[in-house]
Design a protein around this ligand. Structure first.
Ligand SMILES: [Zn+2]
Length: 337
């Protein structure tokens, strides 16, 4: 999976990854275009290092319309006292920066979905160049990687941190220990619809500890969800030995996505009337939502039923849905893996 033997990345960092103290800078990606002949994409980056210890890579806005990560990471870069650090923290609050600026999931430059573009290419699109730099230059520096997500403009999630089932059970246990340390209200053993091209998979294949999140969504972040992100970062950095102090761990409910039965996809376009809200218990066969055709009255809605027992962990937003959209995710209640 590692892209070796490739040409150098065109991205130039203005920070010194071996430097100490706090550095605020950019990853400058040359991007020649109509309104700027020798222009660049300027991706903000902060490196905070002190003494000796592990390295954490913290990233937000891998998808540009997900806001808890950027909110908590811009704050962390501004407020963290380097004297509290043993090791190094690399903060990239808005990884797909063009998408983040546009408030969209994918890049307005090339429609690139960064979290489907890994390991990337140094000679590819802007999005592929960002992925390649992360793969070859940032992940190898890190012992632990935290990549923030939420539902963006078309999904809303229960707030959870997550890790994946991995072939290396020792690595898997380290990842779930890190999820437990993050201590979101929910913790998920996460099944991906399609794991090819994800940052997650790239980090995991390099043998690192990886934690992802889904902390809400609907195209915004709430005071509660940002606070979950803020606390989770501090807990994770303390767990990794990079920040001093004890964990501020509250009870978490462990959830599992045991099979594709957890996903429901819309069969036709229409207006969603949910019968259950996020966090509600659902039983197999129960109606989760009805979707009404909106062209005329007098047509029966399509009823969507739970294919398994559990809780409603994610739902579509906003109120209209299209055929093929993810309508809901049900997760099973479980114990820590
Ligand atoms: Zn995302």
């Amino acid at each position: 999976m590692l892209t070796t033997g490739l040409r150098p990345s065109p991205i130039i960092p203005s920070v010194d990854f071996d430097g100490k103290g706090v550095q605020h800078g950019h990853l400058r990606l040359p991007y020649s275009r109509d309104d700027s002949a020798w222009g660049s994409v300027m991706i903000p980056i902060c490196v905070i290092a002190n003494d000796y210890g592990p390295t954490a890579l913290l990233t937000g806005a891998n998808h540009g319309d997900e806001y808890e990560g950027p909110a908590a990471l811009f704050e962390l870069a501004q407020t963290l006292d380097p004297s509290q650090v043993n090791g190094r923290i690399i903060i990239v609050p808005a990884l797909n920066y063009p998408a983040f600026r546009a408030g969209t999931r994918t890049s307005p430059i090339d429609r690139g979905n960064l979290n489907r573009s890994f390991p990337g290419r140094p000679d590819g699109t802007v999005t592929e160049k960002i992925a390649d730099y992360v793969t070859r230059h940032l992940i190898p520096l890190a012992d632990i990687v935290l990549d923030f997500h939420s539902g963006g403009k078309t999904l809303d999630f229960l707030p959870y941190a997550a890790a994946h089932e991995l072939p290396d059970k020792h690595q898997e246990a380290r990842c779930f220990d890190a999820v437990a340390a993050f201590a979101a209200p929910y913790s998920m053993r996460m099944l991906e619809i399609d794991s090819v091209g994800m940052l997650d998979t790239t980090v995991e294949e390099m043998g690192k500890v990886f934690v992802t999140t889904e902390l809400g969504g609907a195209g915004t972040a709430s005071a509660k969800s940002i606070e979950i992100a803020r606390k989770g970062i501090v807990n994770l950095l303390r767990h990794a030995g990079i920040l001093k102090g004890g964990l501020n761990v509250q009870a978490t409910r462990w959830l599992d996505m045991p099979s594709n039965d957890c996903f429901t996809f819309a069969l036709d376009d229409g207006l969603i009337a949910f019968a259950r809200d996020l966090g509600d218990a659902v039983q197999i066969g129960e109606i989760i939502a009805q979707v009404y055709p909106i062209g005329k009255t007098g047509i029966a809605p399509i009823k969507y039923r739970a294919a398994m027992d559990g809780v409603l962990a994610a739902r579509h937003v906003p109120g209209l849905i299209k055929a093929g959209d993810c309508l809901s995710v049900i997760a099973a209640i479980t114990e820590k893996p």
